[in-house]
Ligand binder design. Structure first.
Ligand code: FE2
Ligand code: FE2
Length: 270
């Protein structure tokens, strides 16, 4: 089994079942040391997301506002949006290994481990969706994460935008969702959603941390100061910083953000 041709087929897999089955088979072989590497094969740019044939993709502005979390409909919509993030995150982690071929084995180990986490997160959330009688693909989705991958074709930009911005934003957002669900936790389904979100929150810190590590490696390779982070984010997501609302300081510190960076990210001091 060859690394890049296999990753390409996992990335292009037309269904979640197929993608996850292929990934598990591949990752077992990878951990056993049974995967070869042929760096010279051409690198494909994926023009469509891997979910476009089973999810209706719409403009983020057209996404129907989520109903209140106290109701079943709102809980399903929340789970569906998380399932979509996790499914997209599988592809983002695999795409980093597929695309950035000259970084080295430790880079590959890191992002394949992240992909394994994302597969587990997706399956956990998908199982809850099924308990509700729903499924991934029932609701419309946005293409934000897929577009982020298309817009970041260098290691430096990808690490800044995907783990250090988008996944880091998740570290801020998840505790807020959990706190909204807390008063409803006597409902067994809500209890299960809280548990799943807690697992995701804990493990995402490590993803941002890995992103931080490779972002700094990319800075060293390009001989550029890590402050370039703010220029990159301003270019892709203008006026994101500084935020007037609080951020998850503890998680962001554990994930590698420096005190100076946190001051530029949030007006509320950590
Ligand atoms: Fe995740
Ligand atoms: Fe992640």
């Amino acid at each position: 089994m060859e690394l890049y041709t296999t990753l390409e087929s996992i990335l292009a897999a037309p269904s979640s079942t197929e993608k996850i089955e292929l990934f598990k088979h591949f990752y077992t072989a990878y951990l056993r040391g049974d995967v070869t590497q042929e760096n010279s094969s051409s690198i494909r740019v994926f023009t469509h997301s891997s979910y476009h044939n089973f999810c209706t993709v719409i403009d983020p502005k057209e996404i129907v506002k989520r109903q209140k979390l106290g109701g079943v409909r709102g809980q399903i919509q929340l789970l569906h949006s998380i399932a979509h993030i996790e499914y997209s995150a599988i592809d983002l982690a695999l795409d980093a290994v597929y695309r950035f071929r000259d970084v080295g084995d430790e880079f590959n180990d890191d992002w394949l481990k992240v992909a394994e986490d994302e597969v587990r997160h997706f399956l956990m959330i998908e199982a809850l969706l099924k308990e509700f009688g729903s499924f991934y693909g029932e609701y419309s989705v946005h293409n934000g994460l897929f577009e982020a991958s298309l817009n970041t074709m260098s290691l430096l930009e990808r690490m800044a935008v995907v783990p250090r911005y988008l996944e880091a934003n998740g570290l801020d957002a998840t505790p807020l969702i959990i706190s909204k669900l807390e008063p409803l936790k006597t409902n067994p389904m809500v209890g299960k959603i809280i548990q799943a979100l807690q697992v995701i929150l804990d493990e995402e810190i490590d993803h941002v941390y890995r992103g931080d590590r490779w972002f700094r490696v990319a800075c060293e390779r390009e001989n550029i100061h890590p402050d370039v982070y703010f220029e990159i984010i301003e270019r892709h997501y203008p006026q994101s910083f500084p935020r007037k609302v609080g951020i998850n300081c503890e998680a962001r510190v554990s994930a590698g953000f420096s005190a100076d960076e946190l001051k530029r990210i949030s007006l509320v001091l950590c």
